[in-house]
Design a binder for this molecule. Structure first.
Ligand SMILES: Cc1cc2nc3c(=O)[nH]c(=O)nc-3n(C[C@H](O)[C@H](O)[C@H](O)COP(=O)(O)OP(=O)(O)OC[C@H]3O[C@@H](n4cnc5c(N)ncnc54)[C@H](O)[C@@H]3O)c2cc1C
Length: 470
């Protein structure tokens, strides 16, 4: 008899696992409590990039005269239409996933899954009915949700989450974004382009304070924020929020995360906004999953613990995606790859998930994309590092497109010539990062990039030009 695998959660981790297991001949049941596609397709990657496409279109419309086009009239955002387009895109993609489930004979059950043991998942439907699914293995892929702070009580009107930001029917006049990480910065650029006066508050001393993001890229994004009039309060934390008749008053104080703050950063200050967007992190979706009863271990913050093969401490129960928390990497493509690895292991393999070459893209303006070690990480690991760097504006294609902001930085082991990392900012670098990612996956040297013919004129030539600087 073929293996019976029950997967809880229909996001990128869950649906990728379900489709690959079904293709491999397993009998698959996929349990989803809300929408197929999970956070990624409904509240994350896809909706934010669809809103960004509208924001980019508006920016291009405002810049038409730069391209010698006149008479376009005054472009302005129509938020209900922008949000409707965003919803339509998600709906199309959700429909595609549901069709694939049917085609691959994946049984799709609507309801909240509860793990009883590796052989039994109980599904609680919204109408109160309960169904038991008997199987051999379970993959938990229940993802994460927005983290709320007691100091910034979300009311979904004045103090909102990233989920709420995707549904705004008007462009806020003044928006304060608490959290200068990936989600906060992406939404800050989108709403600035749509017409909001945006200020970002970040507790650390740089925006995009993610270990995998090179400090030079954070600096570049801060410069671009300044050029666009996006305010940036670094090393500050929001300590209090008060909804008033004219908006929300936020009290900012010194950050407990940064030492030796200058006197100016140690004082309290008050900012006013129409909307405060809280983008400070994520929490695991594990409520009601039955983890404690099933004996599945979590860490102190509730993220599920799994070994390198993605199996939890309970044999036969695996976990993939965001629910594993920030100790792994919380990105859709990582969840998908973990889904594939977990399925192979459910079917008898003993494969470790490899996180060495994970690309990441940030859809700010300009975009940021990274893979591998940053310069400082490579130095900490004892490499003799060379870091050739070139500017976006040196490329003919960048000049033709009027997209001048950006840089290419490669991190290379000067002794072996091996590529250790690539850190890019500029238009479409989220696509260009695929080249250094493949190069690293294949163990290539920077010289291999320099010997590869790149089409002209393209933005990818930046990789070639930078590799030639060695
Ligand atoms: C605003 C925003 C922008 C983002 N942009 C990007 C991006 O550009 N690129 C990128 O790579 N990542 C991005 N991410 C992160 C990305 O969305 C996640 O890493 C990814 O969705 C994780 O996939 P997952 O399958 O682990 O979980 P999810 O996508 O969260 O899916 C989990 C699913 O499980 C369901 N579920 C939960 N509990 C149960 C239960 N008990 N029973 C049944 N179903 C349950 C949920 O309803 C959900 O559908 C973004 C996230 C946000 C919030």
């Amino acid at each position: 008899m073929s293996q019976r695998i029950t997967i809880i959660g229909g996001g990128p981790g869950g649906y990728t696992a379900a489709f690959s297991a079904a293709k491999a001949g397993a009998q698959v049941t996929l349990v989803e409590a809300a929408h197929m596609g999970g956070t990624c397709l409904n509240w994350g990657c896809i909706p934010t990039k669809t809103l960004k496409a509208s924001a980019d279109a508006l920016e291009t419309a405002h810049r038409l005269s730069e391209f010698g086009i006149s008479g376009a009239g005054e472009a302005k955002p129509d938020m209900p239409a922008i949000v409707a387009r965003k919803n339509k895109v998600s709906e199309i993609l959700r429909g595609g996933l549901e069709k694939t489930c049917a085609k691959l004979k994946v049984t799709l059950l609507r309801g909240r899954g509860e793990v009883v043991n590796a052989g039994l998942v109980r599904v609680h439907a919204a109408n109160g009915s309960v169904q038991d699914v008997v199987g051999d293995k379970v993959i938990i892929a229940t993802g994460s949700s927005t983290l709320n702070l007691p100091t910034l009580p979300v009311d979904h009107a004045h103090i909102i989450t990233s989920d709420d930001a995707l549904e705004l029917q008007t462009v806020p006049g003044r928006m304060l974004v608490v959290g200068g990480g990936v989600i906060g910065c992406e939404l800050a650029f989108i709403f600035q382009a749509l017409g909001s006066k945006v200020t970002v508050v970040e507790g650390l001393d740089r925006v995009l304070p993610v270990p995998s993001i090179d400090a030079d890229l954070s600096k570049l994004i801060q410069r671009e924020m300044k050029k666009r009039g996006i305010g940036c309060e670094l090393a500050r934390t929001a300590t209090r929020a008060e909804v008033t008749e004219s908006g929300v008053q936020i009290t900012l104080g010194p950050s407990p995360f940064v030492k030796d703050l200058p006197l100016s950063a140690q004082k309290e200050s008050v900012l006013e906004a129409d909307v405060v967007l809280v983008a400070v992190g994520r929490v695991p979706n594990t409520a009601g999953l039955g983890l404690a009863e099933a004996g599945v271990e979590t860490d102190q913050r509730g993220w599920i613990k799994a070994d390198a093969t993605l199996q939890t401490n309970v044999p036969g129960i695996y976990a993939v995606g965001d629910v594993l928390g920030p100790a792994r990497i919380m990105l859709a493509h990582v969840a998908s790859m973990e889904g594939l690895v977990a399925v192979r292991n459910c079917l008898g393999a003993s494969e470790n998930m490899d996180y060495a070459t994970v690309p990441a893209a940030v859809f700010t303006s300009p975009e940021v994309a990274t893979v591998g070690l940053t310069e400082s990480q490579a130095r900490e690991q004892g490499y003799n590092v060379a870091c050739p760097q070139s500017n976006f504006r040196e490329l003919g294609k960048a000049q033709a497109m009027g997209e001048l902001a950006g840089l290419f930085k490669l991190v290379v082991d000067a002794d072996s010539g091996k590529l250790l990392g690539a850190h890019l900012a500029g238009a479409h670098v989220s696509d260009i990062i695929a080249e250094p990612t493949l190069a690293m996956q294949l163990g290539a040297k920077a010289e291999d990039l320099a010997r590869t013919i790149h089409a002209h004129p393209t933005l990818a030539e930046g990789i070639f030009e930078t590799a030639h600087l060695l």
